[in-house]
Unconditional design. Structure first.
Length: 300
C-alpha cells in the first residue's frame, strides 16, 4: 500500500495513511482506512481510479458518512472521500444540480429558497447528494426517485457517462448503483415551482416532526433497518419492548426505536451486536426479519 501512497503523493493527490474513519462518519465510529484519498477535481478522481485499479487496490466511496457503519478494524484498501470539487449546487430553470459531495439538506434549503418544490422531504436527511441517489434516500413518504432526472458518473475505466432514472432501476432504498463500480459525480433533480409560503409550511411541518421523533443531539446514522412491506421497523422494535435497550456504548433511542445512538464511546461491535439482538427479538415476536438499511463495511 505504501508504494501507492507514494505514487499518489507524487501526483499531488491529497492522501493520508491509516486514517481513522470515525472522524468521517456521523456515527463517529470506525477503524482506519489503509488510504484516505481526497481528489481535488474530476480529473484527479479519474487518475486515482486508474492508479488504484492498476495496483489492484480495493476502494470505496465516502460522502458525508451517514447510513454507514465501519468496523472497528477499519477498511483494507482505499477510501475515496468526495468533497471540494464535487461540493457545489446550482439551479437551471426548474432543475437543481448537485455535486455528489454537496449536503442533501443544503440542497433542499436552496430549492426552497428559489421556490422550487420536491425536496422538502430531504430537509432532515444528513447525507450527500451522491449517497442519497445511491441509496434512493427518502423520508415522509417521498424519496429521491420521485424527483430524479439524471446523474453523471465515472466508470471504473475512467469514462464519464450520464444515467437516467431507467438506468438506475430505483426501488425502496435501492438503486442499481449499489451493484456497480461507478462513482456519482453529479445529480440533477426535476422540481416544481410553488409559492414560498406553501413550501415553508411543508418544510416546518417536517422539521417539527423530526425534532419530536429523532434523537438529533446524539451521534447516529439515521434509520438502521428498512421498513418491511406493510410495516414500520420502528413500530416493530418498539412493540418488542426494545426502546432504551443498550449494548456497550450503543443504545436504541427512546425517541425513535429505529435509531441507534452512540452514547459517547460505542464501538462498531457494540452497534452490530445490538442490531443482531434487535433482529432476533423482533423476529421472535413478530416473525418478521428486519433487514439493515445501514451499510456495513470493513474488515470483520
Amino acid at each position: 500500500m505504501k508504494p501507492v501512497f507514494s505514487l499518489l503523493r507524487e501526483r499531488q493527490v491529497e492522501v493520508t495513511y491509516q486514517e481513522p474513519l470515525a472522524a468521517h462518519t456521523t456515527w463517529k465510529i470506525g477503524g482506519p482506512a489503509d488510504l484516505l484519498i481526497t481528489p481535488s477535481s474530476k480529473s484527479h478522481l479519474i487518475m486515482v481510479l486508474q492508479i488504484l485499479n492498476d495496483h489492484h487496490v480495493p476502494w470505496m466511496v465516502l460522502g458525508k458518512g451517514s447510513n454507514l457503519l465501519v468496523t472497528d478494524k477499519g477498511y483494507r484498501g482505499a477510501v475515496i472521500k468526495l468533497n471540494k470539487a464535487l461540493d457545489y449546487a446550482r439551479i437551471v430553470g426548474n432543475q437543481i444540480y448537485g455535486g455528489a459531495a454537496y449536503s442533501l439538506i443544503k440542497l433542499a434549503a436552496l430549492a426552497n429558497k428559489h421556490r422550487l418544490s420536491g425536496l422538502e422531504f430531504a430537509g432532515g436527511i444528513p447525507g450527500s447528494v451522491g449517497g442519497a441517489v445511491y441509496m434512493n434516500a427518502g423520508a415522509n413518504g417521498s424519496d429521491i426517485s420521485d424527483i430524479f432526472h439524471s446523474a453523471e458518473v465515472i466508470t471504473q475505466t475512467g469514462a464519464i457517462r450520464r444515467l437516467r432514472a431507467v438506468d438506475l432501476d430505483f426501488s425502496y432504498r435501492h438503486s442499481s448503483l449499489q451493484d456497480t463500480d461507478v462513482i456519482i459525480t453529479e445529480a440533477i433533480f426535476e422540481l416544481t415551482p410553488r409559492d414560498s409560503e406553501s413550501i415553508k409550511l411543508q418544510w416546518n411541518q417536517y422539521k417539527e416532526k423530526r425534532l419530536k421523533t429523532q434523537p438529533l443531539p446524539f451521534d447516529c446514522a439515521g434509520s438502521v433497518f428498512r421498513n418491511p412491506p406493510g410495516h414500520f421497523a420502528a413500530k416493530l422494535i418498539e412493540e418488542a419492548g426494545l426502546k432504551g435497550m443498550r449494548y456497550g456504548g450503543a443504545e436504541v433511542s427512546n425517541k425513535h426505536a429505529n435509531f441507534i445512538m452512540n452514547t459517547g464511546n460505542a464501538t462498531a461491535l457494540d452497534v452490530s451486536t445490538l442490531m443482531k439482538q434487535i433482529q432476533e427479538k423482533v423476529h421472535s415476536q413478530s416473525g418478521i426479519q428486519l433487514v439493515p438499511e445501514v451499510v456495513i463495511v470493513g474488515e470483520q
